[in-house]
Each structure stands twice: as C-alpha cells, then as structure tokens.
Design a protein around this ligand. Sequence first.
Ligand SMILES: [Zn+2]
Length: 493
Amino acid sequence: MRKVFLWIAGILYCCGIAAQGQTTTDEQKYLNAMHKYITSDKLFGYVQQLSDSTLKGRLAGSEGMAQAVKIVQGYYAQWNLLPAGSNGSYIQEYPHPSVEIEEGSVEILFPLQGNKGKEALWLHKTYPWADGWFAGNNSGTGDITADIVYAGFGVTAPELGYDDYKGIDVKGKIVLIEGETPNKSQKPDSIALWYKHTLHQTKMANAAEHGAIGLLYYWVPGPNALYNPDFVYCHVTLPVVEDIFLGSGKTYKETVANIYKTLKPASFNTGKRAHIKMVSSYHPETTGKNILGVIKGSDPNLADEYVVISAHLDHLGMIPYHIAGSNDNNASSAALLGVAEALSKSEIKPKRSVLFLSLDGEEAGLTGSTYYTLHPLIPKEKIKAIINLEQVGTGEGLGAGFAKQSPQLEQPLLEANKKYVHRNLRTRSNPYLTRPRTDGAVFAQAGYPVADLTSVGGGFYHHPKDNVDSINPEMLQSSANWIYWITLLIANE
Ligand SMILES: [Zn+2]
C-alpha cells in the first residue's frame, strides 16, 4: 500500500514539475485561445444574431444583408483585423442587381366532375407556404390563372434529340417542370453536353419562348435565376406535384422514372389549372459586398503568404416570408468569427497570414466568389489554401471535399480532426466536374487549392426549418475547432 502511495505521489510530483517548470508550448498557447474564445455559447450567439428576422434572410443587395455586413465588419474591427478589401476598407463591393418579393400565393384548381372547363365549377385548393410553395425569388409581378401543362424537365435540346415541349401547346399556359435534366450520366463529356439545360434561366427562357406565361417549379427555392418582369413563377413541393397528377391515370414518380429510363419526354396537359400571384420589385442599382480582414503572419519570410477562411453570409431573403438560413450559412459565419477572435487574441500568431473572407451572393449564383476570383486582392500564388465553409452547424459528423488538384490539403484535415476534434470525418477528393454549386468549386476552378468543409447529418435546406433550433452548438464548436487547427497547421507548416 505504502509503495503504491509513493509511486502515485511520485507521478504527481513529476507532473507538477513538468507543468510549472516548462514554458508553455506554442500548442498550449493556441489551445488556450481556442478554449477561451471558441465556445459553443459564443458561436451560437453569432448564429442567433445573424438569423434574426430583422435581417430579412440576408438577400444579396438587400437592406437586411447590409445589416449583416455591418455586424460582421463590426467584429473584424473590434478584434483589430487589418482591412483587406478595396481602398483600405473591409469591403469589396461589386454590382449586384436584386429582386425583392413582397407578396405571393398559389392555388391549384381542380375541375369538378361533369363541369370540366367552366370557370365557376372548379374546386380551389390553396396550399400553405413552405409545405406547398415558395415564391420564385426572381419572379416578375403577376396574377395569373391558366391551365397546367406538365413539361418534364422543361428542356429543349435539339442537339441531343430531346424536347420536353414537342407535341404540346403551352401558349398562355402554366408549365410544371423540375430541376436538372433527364441525363444521369456522371461522365464529364455527357455533363458538359447537358450543362446549359440544367440552368434555371435556360428553362425559364425556354418556357417563355414556347409561349408559357408562368411556371410551377418543382425545385428548392433560391435567387439564382434571371429576372424577367413578364414571367411569373413559384416553387412547389412534392404533394402539390402529386395533386396535379391526380386523376390523370399517371403518377408523378412513375412518369419521371420513365423519362430517366427511356430519355423520352412524357409531357401532357394535366387538366388542372393554377392561380399564381407574385408581387416583386427589381433593384438594378444594388451591390454585393465581400468582407475581408487579415491577421498578419508572425514570420517576416512567410507573412505575405495566406491561408483563407471563406464562408458566404447571404441567404434567400423573403420569399415572401422569412427563412433564417441558420445552418446555411450562419453556422459557417459563426465559425469564421470564432476562429477570427481566437487568432486575433491568441498570445502567438501563426507564421503565415490568415484572410477571413465573408462572401456575398452565393445563393444568387456564386457572385461574390466569382467576382473575387476575377478581381483578386491578394496575388493568387500567395494563397496556400482556401478553407471554404458550407453549413457546418448540424448533425454529429464532419465532411470535406478537397479539390482534386490540391491533395496536399487532405493531410491537415485528417490531422486536425484526429488530434483535436475526434469526430467522424468523411473526406473525398472532388473533381468539380459539374457546374459549381459552392464557392469552393468556384475557387477550385479558378486554380486555388481548396477544401470545402461541412458538417454531416441533421439540418434542413432552403426551408424555414433551417433556423436556430436545427443547430447543434456542440457540433458547431467542433467544426470551429477543426477549422482553427486546419488553419494553424497550414499557416505554420
Ligand atoms: Zn450555402
């Protein structure tokens, strides 16, 4: 017993010496800053602040987004980040016209039996917002009632021998279509051939060219279509699509499965009508604003090299009601802020500089990252890595796609998790073959070394349930710790 006691006392004594006698290691200093400033409370607080309904969903170019920019910029200034935008400011401003949705409603009209075609004898069914419909972000203003024609993917591609509009008449009618194309091949040349037909603006222009006056779009809402003041559209959900197919002798699921299988259109007049009302206003003069702040590197030989942490701050705006976008992408903005505060207040600074890049216009077609790649404020060859954050606040696991041309980024991603975070981590090398869907893909295609970080599990996408209740603060803290250490590993390498 006495022996054991001495042995334990000996260990305690030795540990005591080690803790008191040795100077704090760099690692310990970084850990101190992490524990002090990257806390789930603080991070969740940022998410709440940016998710507030007074910011009206942070549409690029809107007043609500201007408020969000003010908040982020205010933190940069408070923590003494160096302004790295244009003309000595934190901001890189660029032209970004916007459309604000003020009002909307959708109802589907079902013919009452025996009285087909007579206006007074239709059964009107209104659908609740979000469960049934969302306003088209870039819709024109209009109040229309017309027959609904199902037009598959809304694609006219004579060069591919495929036309959803062949044999149907949509003049003065409303078409029901969905996103993407019937092509499921992942081969690069096949993707390239179908590429332009995946774009919302191609589908909408095609519907208008065929004489349709409006569109029911079975696709998640988002402001990345082109504005046409004469064209009215909204998004509908699966229950509405299934209702429109009711009584036609076909089901939606079988119909679309068949198009995929045969690559043959299956368009038809549904015999239902839709009443769509959208009220919007166009603002050609508005601008997008990227926010850039730097923590200067401590090694004079390496300080002109950068690790970039990027995250988009914008979301969908009011369509026409509030969607907070707490995970998409306020969780990432929160993680970015957490890392910025910890590094700015850490006793020691990494060798290379760190650029915090809050992006605008991601939802509106990746406009902020695209503008940055065309008008870079730091020479491209000085950027060692861009760590792009997308929805890092839900679920229990971590995910990362790193650009195929930058395999060197996998190691720090794995090491940071293994040493400091201990979450389930899925990585994959990303060829970014399809059209860019994240800012990370935009940077990768412009030749930057990029990793796209996300969290895995839980969460809602472009839906009012993407609110603060969906955030897992502990997961958000893990993500931020992970980002912090990846940044340090690359910046100190
Ligand atoms: Zn996003």
